[in-house]
Design a protein around this ligand. Structure first.
Ligand SMILES: Nc1ncnc2c1ncn2[C@@H]1O[C@H](COP(=O)(O)OP(=O)(O)OP(=O)(O)O)[C@@H](O)[C@H]1O
Ligand SMILES: [Mg+2]
Length: 157
């Protein structure tokens, strides 16, 4: 566990899906290789919507949909800043499977968006941004927690 003194937090209200997409775009605009973003939240919380915004900002292309990597576990995208990994660990049976995919190298060489990060049972990099999406009325609330080097970027999202 990271001590609380090394974590900065922010809460953002997301009244509709467009707001989730816009937060994803802002996030994608500040992403760099070596960045890890964990997207937590129940089924239908908005994780893939947020990922779609980030993928659009990373690749510079608007998309109607992004394929959910629920079965393939990973979908990769090329952008001007390198490779982006969109990872969905919902169907992961044991953390070992993720390492077999090459996730550990991707943590360093690519930018990573990870849905269902809890499947890794805590084997996550120390420098990362945790985004937790929860229902709020008809919309959602995003709780952002920046660990380590991410704290410097939290204000710019
Ligand atoms: N802030 C929001 N307010 C209302 N609806 C939203 C919001 N953000 C996303 N949605 C909607 O919620 C639905 C589910 O979104 P999404 O597929 O992104 O969730 P998910 O967390 O990836 O779900 P799953 O775990 O099933 O993959 C979509 O119809 C999306 O448009
Ligand atoms: Mg999803």
């Amino acid at each position: 566990m990271t001590p609380d003194s090394l974590v900065d937090s922010r809460q953002i209200a997301l009244p509709d899906a467009a707001a989730t997409l816009a937060l994803g775009r802002r996030l994608g605009a500040v992403l760099e290789r070596g960045d890890v973003v964990c997207l937590a939240g129940n089924l239908g919380a908005g994780k893939t919507t947020l990922a779609r915004g980030a993928i659009e900002a990373w690749t510079g292309k608007q998309r109607e949909e992004v394929p959910s990597p629920t079965f393939t576990l990973v979908q990769t995208y090329e952008g001007g800043r390198g490779e982006l990994w969109h990872v969905d660990l919902y169907r992961l049976k044991r953390p070992d499977e993720a390492w077999e995919l090459g996730l550990e190298d991707a943590f360093v060489d690519a930018a990573c968006l990870i849905e269902w990060p809890e499947r890794l049972e805590g084997a996550l990099p120390k420098n990362r941004l945790d985004v937790a999406l929860t229902p709020e009325g008809e919309g959602r609330r995003a709780a952002l927690k920046a660990h380590g080097a991410w704290r410097a970027k939290l204000g710019s999202i």
